[in-house]
Design a binder for this molecule. Sequence first.
Ligand SMILES: *Cc1c(COP(=O)(O)O)cnc(C)c1O
Length: 355
Amino acid sequence: METLEKNISVQRIAQSKLSEVDMNNIPFGKVFSDHMLVARYKDGAWQRPEILPYGKMQLAPSLTALNYGQSVFEGMKATRNIKGEAVLFRPEENWKRMNRSAHRLCMPQIPREIFIDGLEELIRLDSGWIPTAEQGSLYLRPLYFGSDEFIGVHPSSEYIFTVFTCPVGPFYAKPVDLLVSKDHVRAVAGGTGAAKAAGNYAGALFPDKLAKAQGYNNVLWLDAKELKYVEECGTMNMFFVVDDTVLTPQLSGTILEGITRASVIQLLKDHGYKLEVRPISIYEIQAAHHEGRLKESFGVGTAAVISHIARIGFSGEDMILPPISERKVGNWLKSQMAAIKAGEAEDTHGWMHIV
Ligand SMILES: *Cc1c(COP(=O)(O)O)cnc(C)c1O
C-alpha cells in the first residue's frame, strides 16, 4: 500500500483491464474501470479511505442496507474538454446532495476530503478510462449504505461509502415517450422523493414496466395528493415550452433536486428566456397541446443531459409533440451545455472542475 498526498491509501491493480475494452464500442453499465474508492465509518468516525482494485465486497445478508434500504447514491460524469483535461460538472453539488440524502436516511455526513478528494484521486488514477468526447464519458457512481450486521430496524452504526466508475458510450438521447400514471406515484409529501434513496427506484420499477408494456419509455409522475401536477420522469426533471414561455415544476419536497435542472434554469435566466417555476397541471399541458401552443418538452439529468420528449400519453390520448428540428429551446440548451463542458463556451458560473 502506498499513501497519497490526500491521506488515501492505494492498492493498485496488478494488471490494468483497460486494454481489454474497445472504447469505441462500450456496452452500457457493464464495464468497470480498474479501481474503486472505499471509505468505512465505524465507532463514530470515518476511517482512512482506500483505493482498491474494483471487485466484489464481502457483505453479510443481515446488512442494514439490504434489509431496510438504508442506501443512497449519486450519478456523475467525468468528461474531457477540448484541451483534453478531465473535468467534472459541479461535483460539490453532488457532495452536498448526497449529504442531504444521507440526512434524510439518518446516515452520517460524508466529509469533503472523502467525497471530493477521494473522487479526484480515483479519477486521476483511472484517467486512462475516461473516453474522449466522441467516445462518451466516465460515469461515476458514489454509493453509500448502512453496513451493520444486525436485523433490528434502526440506523446502522457502520457505513460504507464507495465510488466505482464505468466508461459509457455517448448517450444518443433518442426522443422519449412518456406515459402519465394515475395508478402509481413516485413520492409523497414528507416522504423520501427529494433524496436519491435506493428504495425510490425499486418502487418505480413496476409502474415503469407497465408503461414499457404499452410502448412508452418511462412514467411521467404526478403529485400524490391531487394526481394533477407534473413531478418528473425516470431520473429526469421536466420542462415544457408553451408559446415562448419555459415551464418547470418548482421543488416541492417530492421532486429530486436535479443539478442539471438548476443549471438549465440558470442558463435560461442568463439568456433572457421567459421562465416560470411553479406547479404545472397536466390538464394545463393537455389544453396547451390542444390549442397548438405546446411547442416542446424535455427531461434533464446527468445521463443524457437534455432528452426531448416525443410523446406524452395521458388518459387515453397521445400528445404528439412537434418535430425535434423545431425545438428551439431544447436544442439550444443541449448545445450550450455541451459547449460549456467542452470548454468551448465561457464557464461564467465556475461549473467546470478540472481534475
Ligand atoms: C438523479 C435524478 C434526477 C436528475 O438529477 P441530476 O443531478 O440532474 O442528474 C432527476 N430525477 C431523479 C428521480 C433522479 O434520481
